[in-house]
Design a protein around this ligand. Structure first.
Ligand code: HEC
Ligand code: HEC
Length: 229
C-alpha cells in the first residue's frame, strides 16, 4: 500500500501550495461566517428560505432544498460555496434576483455561510447565534437585520423596497387602518400576523410572519422605530 501512495505525494504537495496561494491572494485568512449570516438575512432572506438563518422568503428557491440532492450525492460544501458565489455575481438574464447584492469579501462571506448552513436543522451556536437578527437590539438594527427593507421603502433606513407599501407615512396611516386599534397595536399585528389586514393595492400572503422570529423586546423596539421613536 505504501508503495502505491508514494507517487501521489508530490501531487498533494502541489495542490496544497496552490490552495495556500489562492487563500493569501484573497487578502484574508478565513471567511467571516457571522458577517455572511448577517448579510444573508438582510440582503437575501426576503426571497430565500434558509432554516439556520431563520429566513422564509418565497420569491426564490429554498436554499435548504436547492442543495439537498447535491449534498446527498456527495457534493462537498466548498463546491456549494463556489456555486453560491457565482450565482451572486452572475444571475441569469431577466431573473428576479438582482446581481451583485453583495460584493467582495461580503459576497465570499455570504457564499461561505450558505454553504455552511444549507440543509442543516437545529440552530446556529456560539458567535453565529448572535449574528443577524438575534443580535439586533435597536429598531434600526432590527429593521435592517430582518430584511424589511427588501420589500419596504423607509427613508430613515435608506431602503427602497417596493413589494410592500412605503413605511414613510406609517405613523399617520397606522391609527386609521383598523377601527379600535391604536397605531402601535396595528403595526405590531402587521408584523406578527401580516394577513390580518391587507393594505389595499397589495397582496396578502407576500409578507412573511415574524411571529417567533423576534423577541417581544425586539418587536416593541421595531414598532416604536416605525412609528417615529
Ligand atoms: C428579489 C428576490 C431575490 C433576492 C433578494 C435574492 N435572490 Fe437568489 N434567487 C432568486 C430567484 C427568483 C432565483 C431563481 C433562479 C433565477 O431566477 O435566477 C434565485 C436563485 C438563487 C440561487 C440558485 C438556487 C438554485 O436552486 O440553483 C442561489 C444560490 C441564490 N439565489 C442565492 C442568493 C443569495 C446568496 C442572495 C443574497 C446575496 C440572493 N439569492 C438574493 C431571487 C432572489
Ligand atoms: C417579502 C416582502 C416583505 C417583507 C420581507 C416584509 N414585508 Fe411588510 N408588507 C409586505 C406587503 C406585500 C405588505 C402589504 C400587504 C399586507 O398588508 O399584508 C406589507 C405590509 C406591512 C405593513 C402594513 C403597512 C401599512 O401601510 O399598513 C407593515 C407595518 C409592515 N409590512 C412592516 C414590515 C416589517 C417591520 C418588516 C420586517 C420585520 C416587513 N414588513 C417585512 C411585504 C413585506
Amino acid at each position: 500500500m505504501s508503495l502505491l501512495r508514494t507517487p501521489f505525494k508530490p501531487l498533494l504537495a502541489a495542490l496544497a501550495a496552490i490552495a495556500i496561494v489562492a487563500f493569501t491572494a484573497c487578502g484574508r485568512e478565513e471567511d467571516d461566517l457571522s458577517n455572511g449570516k448577517a448579510q444573508f438575512v438582510q440582503k437575501c432572506g426576503s426571497c430565500h428560505e434558509l432554516g439556520r438563518a431563520g429566513t422564509q422568503g418565497q420569491t426564490g428557491p429554498s436554499l435548504d432544498a436547492a442543495f439537498r440532492a447535491a449534498l446527498a450525492d456527495g457534493m462537498n460544501r466548498d463546491t456549494i460555496e463556489g456555486v453560491v458565489h457565482r450565482q451572486i455575481g452572475n444571475v441569469r438574464r431577466n431573473s428576479k434576483m438582482p446581481a451583485d447584492l453583495v460584493t467582495g469579501d461580503d459576497a465570499r462571506d455570504v457564499a461561505a455561510y450558505v454553504a455552511y448552513a444549507t440543509g442543516k436543522t437545529g440552530e446556529d451556536t456560539g458567535a453565529l447565534a448572535q449574528a443577524g437578527l438575534s443580535g439586533a437590539t435597536t429598531g434600526a438594527q432590527i429593521f435592517t437585520a430582518a430584511g424589511c427593507g427588501g420589500c419596504h421603502q423607509l427613508s430613515e433606513a435608506g431602503t427602497n423596497g417596493n413589494i410592500g407599501p412605503s413605511l414613510n407615512e406609517l405613523a399617520s396611516a397606522a391609527g386609521e387602518r383598523e377601527p379600535g386599534q391604536s397605531a402601535s397595536e396595528y403595526v405590531h399585528e402587521s408584523i406578527v400576523d401580516p394577513d390580518a389586514v391587507t393594505v389595499s393595492g397589495y397582496n396578502a400572503g407576500v409578507m412573511p410572519s415574524y411571529e417567533g422570529k423576534l423577541t417581544e423586546k425586539q418587536l416593541d423596539a421595531l414598532v416604536q422605530y416605525l412609528l417615529g421613536g
